[in-house]
Design a protein around this ligand. Structure first.
Ligand code: G3P
Length: 231
């Protein structure tokens, strides 16, 4: 399965609103919006809900994290082979809430590649974006941690960071798809992200905790498409 751009990547984290049955509901809404607007939408449900969400929807489903290990004696770990076995399309790597060392990131990207899985690498600064891009992930999302969960959109509050990351990726490895995230809350924030040169966004709270997640995501999808056409 391939990711489609512009992409709205939805990380459900471990919000109560996304646990168990709720995860399925949010994933189904994401699928509906993806189909209605013909825009890329990916979901990353809590890890224990991964398998059943995959069975339920046709859009790409990602793990939120995967460990760098090969199959074997690693109690309590999640390995790329298992992500593949449940039918997921790929994994988020090095999210700010699940930081990793560079050597482990390199190993995880290799493990995902070996298993035909897509990698979405998170970075926190333009500098780490340079290092991350050189490792050759399929996609990369720059997310300044101080804006995560604040509702203050990175695309408006720190456009220089987004532009810096876009430029770094284009210069070092233009085949890497670039997203931005942190505080993305409305269609306008998504449009701005695309205007700055990204191919979409990664977000969590504005969707997962919304009173009307379908409306929020539909606004974002519409804005993403319009900004994409204007590029
Ligand atoms: O993975 C997405 C994330 O860290 C941003 O979170 O809640 O600011 O959209 P949020």
């Amino acid at each position: 399965m391939e990711l489609k751009y512009p992409l709205i990547a939805l990380n459900f984290k471990t919000y109560l609103e996304a646990i168990g049955e709720n995860s399925l509901k949010l994933a189904r809404i994401a699928e509906e919006v993806s189909k209605e607007y013909d825009v890329g939408v990916m979901v990353a449900p809590p890890l224990l809900d991964l398998g059943r969400v995959v069975k339920e929807v046709e859009i790409p489903v990602f793990a939120q994290h995967v460990d760098p290990y090969k199959p074997g004696s690693h109690t309590g770990s999640i390995i790329a082979e298992d992500v593949k076995a449940v039918g997921a399309a790929g994994s988020i790597v090095n999210h700010s809430e699940r930081r990793l060392r560079l050597a482990d990131i390199g190993m995880i990207l290799e493990r995902l590649r070996e298993n035909g899985l897509i990698s979405l690498l998170c970075t926190d600064t333009v500098q780490t974006t340079r290092a991350g891009t050189a490792l050759g992930p399929d996609a990369l999302a720059i997310e300044p941690p101080e804006l995560i969960g604040t509702g203050i959109p990175v695309s408006k509050a720190k456009p220089e960071v987004v532009v810096g990351a876009v430029e770094a990726v284009k210069r070092i490895n233009p085949s890497v798809h670039i997203l931005c995230g942190a505080g993305i809350s409305a269609g306008d924030d998504v449009a701005k992200a695309i205007e700055l040169g990204t191919e979409g966004v990664l977000l969590a709270s504005a969707y997962v905790k919304a009173k009307d997640p379908k409306r929020v995501l539909s606004d974002m999808a519409e804005a993403a498409l319009k900004a994409w056409e204007r590029r």
